[in-house]
Design a protein around this ligand. Structure first.
Ligand SMILES: NC(=O)c1ccc[n+]([C@@H]2O[C@H](COP(=O)([O-])OP(=O)(O)OC[C@H]3O[C@@H](n4cnc5c(N)ncnc54)[C@H](O)[C@@H]3O)[C@@H](O)[C@H]2O)c1
Length: 286
């Protein structure tokens, strides 16, 4: 939890739109953190939202909290989206229940920040599995439905660390987010004339704990402290100061990222595809 003087609540972005009436969105990794806030934002704008997460109980809890708070439709989906067949099941179930899939937000990731030399074989495998395969499989699973409908929005959540070469990010950002940017562009090209857009929104640092859960559960395996040791986080902060890559000098409130995601996930973003947009307080610029 951030010290009060660093909390980002004063920067929370209020929703002023209702662009997703009658639409269906899948948000991966939505049980907590940024994914929860994106699900909230899309639901607040009228979407029925599938809250997909490997942490099944958390997904259920989040879906029922958001349904109650917004009086909307939030459906949990539990499963490891990097495993073969799981994303296909998610897409099929969504289609069976709602009849269409309008938007997919690929937010699920495993935030493992370690130097490459310090990663065990197991973490290396998990790092690739949970930062690359999730997205690839989810894109492949929703595409047949979007192609049939001749409409779809895919928004990939990247991260600016890949663009600025931040240490401790070789797997998470270099391999995970770097591949996501490549996938965004090439897939966008593949479906250019099919009514489907693919874009990538890259945050810098986010105050993910400010996800709107008023009574958060204790961190689980997916916020495993050994993945982000305190000494690593300290060294990373020092490095960012030394490199003058702090941008606006604060973390983002997750609603600031969700606002950009909602634009690319909406019908409004009809002529933007294959784009990468940093929403990182100027951490990286053109
Ligand atoms: N937190 C930051 O400062 C920051 C900065 C830049 C980018 N991002 C990106 O934002 C996104 C959300 O980050 P966060 O801080 O909210 O992280 P988080 O760890 O709180 O949430 C990630 C969620 O993804 C889920 N998940 C992971 N692997 C999965 C799988 N195989 N199948 C299904 N669900 C899976 C986890 O259970 C978790 O709920 C990620 O893509 C992350 O890389 C975060």
């Amino acid at each position: 939890m951030l010290a009060p003087q660093y909390a980002t609540t004063p920067f929370a972005v209020a929703n002023q739109c209702r662009r997703f009436e009658g639409q269906v969105a899948i948000v991966t990794g939505a049980a907590q953190g940024l994914g929860r806030v994106i699900a909230h934002r899309l639901g607040q704008e009228g979407a029925s939202v599938v809250v997909a997460d490997i942490q099944g109980e958390r997904a259920e809890r989040t879906a029922s909290q958001l349904s109650e708070e917004l009086d909307g439709i939030f459906v949990p989906f539990a499963g490891d989206l990097s495993e073969a067949g799981v994303a296909d099941r998610m897409a099929t179930q969504t289609r069976e229940r709602f009849g269409h899939i309008d938007a997919l937000v690929n937010n699920a990731a495993a935030l493992i920040r370690l130097k490459l030399v310090d990663m065990s074989e197991e973490l290396l495998q998990k790092g690739v599995q949970w930062n690359v395969w999730n997205t690839l499989r989810c894109c492949k699973a929703v595409l047949p439905h979007m192609l049939e409908a001749k409409y779809g929005r895919i928004v990939n959540i990247g991260g600016e660390a890949w663009r600025v070469g931040l240490p401790f990010h070789t797997i998470l950002a270099g391999v995970g987010k770097g591949s996501m940017v490549g996938l965004t562009v090439t897939l966008a090209g593949e479906v250019l004339r099919d009514g489907i857009t693919v874009n990538c929104v890259s945050p810098g640092g986010i105050e993910t704990a400010a996800d709107g859960d008023l009574d958060p559960l204790p961190p689980s395996g997916f916020r495993d402290p050994s993945w982000n040791p305190p000494e690593v986080m300290r060294a990373m902060g020092q490095e960012m100061v030394a490199r003058n890559s702090l941008g606006m000098g604060r973390l983002a409130h997750p609603t600031e990222i969700a606002a950009a995601v909602a634009f690319f996930a909406s019908r409004e973003a009809s002529f933007a595809t294959g784009q990468h947009v940093g929403v990182s307080g100027g951490m990286a610029m053109l």
